[in-house]
Ligand binder design. Structure first.
Ligand code: AMP
Ligand code: GLY
Length: 426
């Protein structure tokens, strides 16, 4: 079967890499794709991930039998709806169902309605309402701009006064991240974070291996939030099997049932960002797609066929449960020097040499004359397997050091040195 992957990041490269291992996949296409997907199939660089009309036209010409949608922007643009309208199976929820990610207030109402544990919250629309809501607020408060804000719309404040000062600054500058005017105020939770993804189409629901990601730019969780600087899986230091079963019951099954009862067309990946609190798992956020960089460390651990899983979900079937190796995977993101403040292009990067147990997933980039031109930002994810998290981590960092030792990477790339350190070096 011909498969189309929508997107251009390291997550989409990882999806393409795993799908290419399936005997059922005869040709892979990626729109717009990157230097990695170019080596696994063909890219459609002139078709944007959000161009639903253009994607459908090309998909019909190329006789695509399954479309796998990576980024949230493509879901919000209705790419899954457009594919299904012409009977091309799509792995990705409808635009309406993707509001579980794109609208935090929609997600909060959904969780309250279906009894999914999440922080207590209030929705406000202007500074007066914010000030009123924050009067007598007990403890810490988290301020979230509604709408898609690419991780930049969240402020974790120690007190109501600090929160109010940040809100005033947003409203004064008319610069709410995401461009809206709605703000959500949340009770600040304490605990360890973990990402749990599941694929579902209503009846079928399969949890994938858990992972932990690192959102901040610098070591020891300093610096600004990014799209993700690294991850590891499994996340046994944060969730054991008993806790995962509790997550199934309290979060995933309730979400799946709620999606069905609300009549949402959700055939895709439901990603739960969780805080493991003393009161159990609490949902910080839902995403309606695969996590990035979690996918880059979960898929190398997948032993069963990814095509069977995604095609079964997309077509309303009951695919068999995915199987994961007990080995660990650690992923480290090599970013351009000034990321996330700026994304500086990096040219002439060599393709890293193939090595056992190491996979390389390119971010936004192009392949020309055997070298890679990166758009900058998160340039490359290095994902390494090992028998333990410590072994996987050592392997990943060895590969990172080798890449950065070569010019031009030495001057232009940097990475966090502490990914999975808390597990590997207790
Ligand atoms: P979100 O975009 O909602 O996932 O929030 C981004 C980050 O802010 C999370 O990964 C947490 O580190 C933090 N955060 C969000 N909500 C809360 C909360 N209610 N309590 C504590 N930290 C939070
Ligand atoms: N790793 C967080 C996300 O994909 O949104």
């Amino acid at each position: 079967m011909n498969v189309l992957i929508v997107g251009s990041g390291a997550r989409e490269h990882a999806l393409a890499w795993k799908l290419a291992q399936s005997p059922h996949v005869s040709a892979l296409h990626a729109a717009p794709g990157n230097a990695g997907t170019a080596q696994l199939g063909s890219n459609w660089p002139d078709v944007a991930a959000t161009d639903a009309h253009g994607l459908v036209k090309r998909a019909r010409e190329a006789r695509i039998g399954l479309t796998v949608i990576g980024p949230e922007a493509a879901l919000a643009a209705g790419v899954a709806d457009a594919m299904r309208a012409v009977h091309i199976p799509a792995f990705g929820p409808s635009r309406a169902a993707a509001r579980l990610e794109s609208s935090k207030s929609f997600a909060k109402q959904f969780m309250s309605r279906w009894g999914i544990p999440t922080a207590a919250y209030k929705v406000v629309h202007d500074r007066k309402q914010a000030a009123r809501a924050l009067r007598d607020w007990p403890g810490g408060v988290v301020v979230k701009a509604d709408g898609l804000a690419a991780g930049k719309g969240v402020i974790v404040a120690d007190s109501a006064a600090d929160a109010l000062a940040s809100i005033e600054r947003w409203y004064d500058a008319h610069s709410l991240p995401g461009g809206g005017t709605t703000i959500i105020l949340e009770e600040r939770l304490e605990g360890k974070e973990v990402s749990v993804m599941a694929v579902t189409n209503g009846p079928a629901l399969h949890r994938l291996a858990a992972a932990c990601d690192y959102k901040r730019a610098l070591d020891a969780d300093q610096g600004p939030n990014t799209g993700g600087m690294g991850a590891y899986s499994p996340a046994a230091d944060v969730v054991d099997d008993t806790q995962l079963e509790r997550i199934d019951r309290a979060v995933l099954v309730r979400a799946r049932d709620g999606i069905q009862r609300d009549g949402m067309d959700f055939r895709g990946c439901l990603y739960a960002g969780l805080m493991m609190t003393a009161r159990g798992p609490y949902v910080l956020e839902f995403n309606a797609r695969f996590g990035d960089p979690e996918t880059q460390v979960v898929l190398p651990r997948l032993e069963s066929d990814l095509f069977d899983l995604l095609y079964g979900i997309a077509t309303g079937g009951e695919p068999p449960s995915p199987r994961f190796t007990s080995r660990a995977c650690v992923g480290v993101v090599l970013a351009s020097k000034n990321y996330p403040e700026r994304s500086d292009p990096v040219d002439n990067l060599p393709q890293p040499p193939a090595a056992d147990d190491v996979a390389y997933f390119w971010g936004g980039s192009k392949l020309a004359n055997g070298t890679v031109s990166s758009a900058g930002g998160r340039v490359l994810t290095v994902a390494a397997l090992g028998d333990t998290v410590a072994a996987a981590r050592a392997r990943a960092y060895e590969a990172c050091a080798a890449i950065v030792a070569g010019a031009p990477a030495r001057e232009t790339l940097r990475y966090r040195a502490d990914i999975a350190q808390r597990v590997a070096v207790p």
